[in-house]
Design a protein around this ligand. Structure first.
Ligand code: HEM
Length: 220
């Protein structure tokens, strides 16, 4: 106990973080906010869970067509707590999609996107796209029949877009059919491109939320 206080005081003397942390944690919020206002934080908690479990999954996963399926089976059946970690990753992903959907609906119906929070909304919309992208690219990684055919349907839908569709489909798949390059690309986007972008965007989103303050609930 005493040692943590010494360490805290040592850091506080150098960084003076108490004021900014207090400003963040104990900032004023409008009267009447309730459970609807917790959905953004709930989305963030699921993202933290996904990042932590994702690192553990990555330690044992192999993104090659020859080993992807087996490595997922290995994680599920052999790695200690592997099945639990995989399940938490899976269910957190589903929960994140539900929470981000509900958060968007709440912000929309309470008109919280209006001046001066338009930028918060725009960053949120980018976050929505990133979260969908993470779900789409993650679905292929178990490399089973469901993953293969779902990606086939998803990339074919992208291919139907006028003019740019076929090019986008080719970039996503990395050729004419789903194969090794598709898996490498999806894995790269799933772990190295989309999560850092989500972290950056959440950072900007939260800075804006703190700076602008939360909107008051609409009058009845
Ligand atoms: C990873 C995704 C997201 C996270 C972690 C997140 C987080 C948060 C948090 C913690 C708040 C504070 C108030 C609250 O929770 O309701 C908030 C507010 C807000 N968010 Fe999000 N959000 C995300 C996605 C989105 C999306 C998809 C949109 C809309 C397209 C959006 C638009 C907004 C707006 C406009 C506010 C201000 C609300 C107000 O002042 O009442 N956010 N967000």
């Amino acid at each position: 106990m005493a040692i943590t206080k010494v360490m805290r005081d040592w850091l506080e003397e150098r960084l003076e973080f108490k004021e900014s942390i207090d400003g963040f944690l104990f900032r004023k919020v409008p009267r009447g906010v309730g459970w609807w206002y917790t959905l953004g934080s709930a989305t963030m908690v699921t993202f933290i869970l996904l990042s932590l479990t994702g690192v553990f999954l990555m330690i044992n996963y192999s993104p090659s067509p020859d080993h992807a399926y087996e490595s997922v089976q290995y994680i599920t059946n052999e790695v200690p707590f592997g099945s639990l970690i995989r399940s938490i990753h899976f269910w957190s992903a589903s929960a994140m999609v539900v929470f981000i959907g509900l958060h968007t609906i709440r912000v929309f119906f309470m008109a919280a996107y209006k001046y001066p929070r338009e930028l918060t909304w725009i960053i949120g919309a980018l976050l929505f796209l990133m979260v969908m992208g993470a779900g789409f690219t993650g679905y292929l990684l178990p490399w089973d029949q469901k993953a293969y055919w779902a990606t086939n349907v998803g990339t074919s839908i992208a291919g139907q877009m006028p003019l740019v569709g076929p090019i986008i489909q080719k970039i996503l798949i990395g050729g004419k059919t789903i194969g090794a390059l598709t898996l490498t690309r999806f894995f790269t986007f799933h772990v190295a491109v989309i999560p850092p972008l989500i972290i950056l965007l959440i950072g900007i989103h939260i800075i804006l939320v703190v700076k602008l303050g939360i909107s008051a609930p609409p009058e009845k």
